[in-house]
Design a binder for this molecule. Structure first.
Ligand code: FE2
Ligand code: FE2
Length: 450
């Protein structure tokens, strides 16, 4: 299927916000629910036009920089980054809570001495580290939304997300109306959703009220309070069709189909989110897209098909956002439970991408990238002709990059050695035509470089 796709911008980005929920360890739909809560506040205080439109995308994409600090959280706190992030949002910054939080989240699986070292690091440098983590996340997030051609107002909304009304937030310590209005609304929406999903509407209302004037803009907190008193507010938030409601809330231009160039930009931006998660996957999706395109060119595929496959390659590992860095960056072999989690990522990729109606085919092609011709792959163990030509190309590119890039357990290997290893799997794991196309492309590259 290579004809132009018809996808609305709001549909596209609300679907991809599910990938960000995975990284944040949030219950599915957190981004979409925040969008609804924040937009309802925005409308109630009279925001309109471009302001409301920018608020919409700030809310949907608020966590887009989140994957960039996942590796560092694991390294410092020896814990599951997704669990840590989820619970960190429930935490106020009073000392007993911080202590309880650190003690319950540090090194659950690590040995005692590592756990102790990690605790010392947190107690001596906790503030600085938290600032650094938030700085990375906010700046990276702002850069990524700029890649998707959003205006500075959206980038600033994401930059200011962790700033508090009283000036005690991070990373800059901005205060009051010096903080972007979009960020002030997003912070309330985020806390309200986290408390609502973990403890119910009353807990969410109490928490917003309690933090009014410290974390939150008091006027916005009051606007939320007035809305949240109505049971219909919570009924809509829990509605099964909330995603459709949120898509319908987008500004006029958002339901227009986005063009092919824009789809490419969004695919590159989300590849960046995936690749930022771990130092060992840095640049992986982009390289797989390049190798995919080299193979496709060698095989004589037309421009439209090549463009489509590049997009598949950029997004093939989006489900890895749901795998903790404790597993992804592990220097040794994963244990059975960890291996199961790793093996879930292609199905997660498919689940996320299939939320975009026009991506149904792309989702299937991407979701099969760890299948093998002999049926011994995962997640479904399909074999032979059931694995389509597009998937075979992406799989070949993916394995080639896995062998030629650094991994937690070994350094990169030379091209000839990687091709030699892959050759042994022809007909069992790999498609021979795709492999030979790759080998030819590499020989051409070598000649050109000589
Ligand atoms: Fe993968
Ligand atoms: Fe991959």
């Amino acid at each position: 299927m290579t004809e132009p796709l018809r996808v609305g911008k709001a549909e596209l980005l609300s679907a991809l916000s599910y990938a960000l929920d995975l990284t944040e360890g949030q219950p599915e739909g957190h981004g979409v629910r925040c969008c609804w809560i924040g937009m309802t506040i925005g409308r109630a205080i009279g925001l309109s036009g471009a302001d409301l439109n920018d608020l919409y995308y700030t809310l949907l994409l608020k966590d887009i920089g989140c994957s960039s600090n996942a590796a560092r959280i694991c390294e410092l706190y020896l814990t599951d980054d997704r669990e840590f992030k989820r619970d960190a949002k429930l935490l106020d910054e009073s000392l007993p809570q911080v202590l309880r939080f650190v003690l319950s989240h540090t090194g659950l699986k690590a040995g005692l001495s590592e756990r102790f070292r990690s605790l010392v690091t947190i107690f001596t440098t906790g503030g600085t580290i938290a600032r650094e983590l938030i700085e990375t996340r906010c700046q990276r997030g702002a850069e990524i939304v700029r890649m998707m051609r959003f205006p500075e107002t959206v980038a600033t909304g994401i930059l200011d997300l962790d700033e508090y009304w009283n000036g005690k937030g991070k990373p800059t310590g901005l205060s009051g109306t010096g903080i972007s209005i979009h960020a002030r609304i997003a912070l309330i929406a985020q806390v309200a959703d986290v408390f609502h999903t973990s403890a119910g509407p009353l807990a969410a209302r109490r928490e917003v009220e309690r933090r009014a004037g410290s974390w939150f803009d008091p006027q916005l907190a009051a606007a939320f309070g007035a809305l949240a008193i109505d049971p219909a507010f919570w009924a809509t938030l829990a509605a099964p069709d909330l995603k459709a409601i949120v898509i319908a809330m987008a500004g006029d231009d958002s339901s227009d189909g986005v063009d092919e160039d824009y789809l490419d930009d969004v695919a590159v931006a989300f590849a960046e989110v995936v690749d930022s998660k771990s130092p060992f996957t840095s640049g992986h999706s982009k390289r797989v897209a390049l190798f995919t395109d080299m193979i496709a060119e060698e095989m004589g595929l037309d421009e439209a098909r090549r463009r489509y496959l590049k997009r598949v390659a950029l997004l093939h590992d989006i489900g890895k956002l749901g795998v903790s860095n404790q597993i992804l960056d592990k220097p040794g072999k994963p244990d059975e439970e960890e291996w199961q989690t790793i093996r879930s990522h292609p199905a997660l990729s498919e689940m996320i991408l299939s939320k975009i109606a026009a991506f149904a085919d792309l989702a299937r092609v991407a979701g099969a990238h760890h299948e093998r011709l002999d049926g011994r792959g995962y997640p479904n163990g399909i074999s032979g002709d059931a694995i389509c030509a597009g998937t075979r190309i992406v799989t070949t590119a993916d394995i080639f990059d896995a062998l030629t890039a650094d991994r937690p357990y070994r350094t990169a290997m030379p091209v000839s050695q990687a091709l030699g290893i892959m050759e042994k799997d022809l007909g069992t794991a790999l498609d021979p035509d795709c492999f030979h196309a790759l080998a030819r492309a590499m020989r051409k590259l070598e000649k050109a470089a000589a």
